[in-house]
Design a protein around this ligand. Structure first.
Ligand code: GSH
Length: 255
């Protein structure tokens, strides 16, 4: 059983999509990042970077619980565990890892900043908007040219597509018209028709709230608590990871 520490956002969506695609059983542990639950000590023991997604595989390597954060690492781990969507053959594997890294190092951070300065920043700063929106458009161009040659980013459908698709799914935040990128559109629509993708993005969908943060969300995401994390001193702990305590009941999904 895999515990999925989750909130419905583009980075979050990647993991239930993959879990649904490979049919691994999981239960959802909501981490309401709009209310600061990512700073709870029990969650910081799983991800010291106070971000979702994270997992604890109760049946990890060696039969012991294994905690993991960073969506790129989690997708690789699940690909290896299930033997699906991450090719074994070395050339094919590294092509997939290359496009996965392209997502986590480029698409996520740049689209994220683009959405921030367009929709979240309290003041509209022209330089920042232009900088990140131009980068976003440039990255769409890279994907468009790749998808003109290959059906999927890594050649065959893989964890690289699952990492990237949720960011194209929220393109309205970045003011992107998909019709300008016909190959990205073809790819986006084909992936969106997959039943596992539809089940993955439906997880906690009712709690999804992107854009227009209230005061509490603004404080949790961009306020003093974030700043204080830089000065946090943790007491040394030898305790094994047990998951979060006192949180909303988890939902069990899968076989
Ligand atoms: N590089 C990380 C990014 C994760 C991330 O930015 N998560 C956001 C939601 S999309 C989050 O948890 N934000 C809460 C916070 O920063 O406190 C990954 O790919 O897993």
């Amino acid at each position: 059983m895999i515990d999925l520490y989750y909130w419905p956002t583009p980075n979050g969506h990647k993991i239930p999509i993959m879990l649904e695609e490979c049919g691994l059983p999981y239960r959802v542990k909501p981490v309401n990042m709009l209310r600061g639950e990512q700073f709870e000590p029990s969650f910081l023991r799983i991800n010291p970077n106070n971000k979702i997604p994270a997992i604890v595989d109760r049946d990890g390597p060696g039969g012991r619980p294994f905690a993991l954060f960073e969506s790129g690492a989690i997708l690789q781990y699940l690909g290896e565990k299930s033997g699906k969507f991450l090719p074994r053959e070395r050339r094919a594997r590294y092509v997939v890892l290359q496009w996965l890294t392209f997502q986590v190092a480029n698409v996520g951070p740049m689209f994220g900043q683009c959405g921030h300065f367009l929709g979240y920043a309290p003041r509209k700063i022209r330089y920042a908007i232009d900088r990140y929106r131009n980068e976003t458009l440039r990255l769409y161009g890279v994907m468009e040219r790749r998808l003109a040659q290959e059906e999927y980013l890594g050649g065959r459908y893989s964890i690289a597509d699952m990492a990237t698709w949720p960011w194209v799914h929220v393109r309205w935040l970045h003011r992107i018209e998909l019709a300008e990128f016909p190959n990205v559109q073809r790819w986006y629509e084909a992936i969106g028709r997959r039943p596992a993708v539809q089940r993955g993005i439906a997880v906690l969908e009712e709690r999804m709230k992107i854009g227009n943060p209230d005061r509490a969300a603004r404080e949790a995401l961009f306020g003093r608590t974030q700043l204080q994390q830089g000065r946090r001193v943790d007491k040394p702990s030898r305790k094994p990871v047990r998951g979060t305590r006192g949180r909303a009941k988890s939902r069990v999904i899968g076989a």
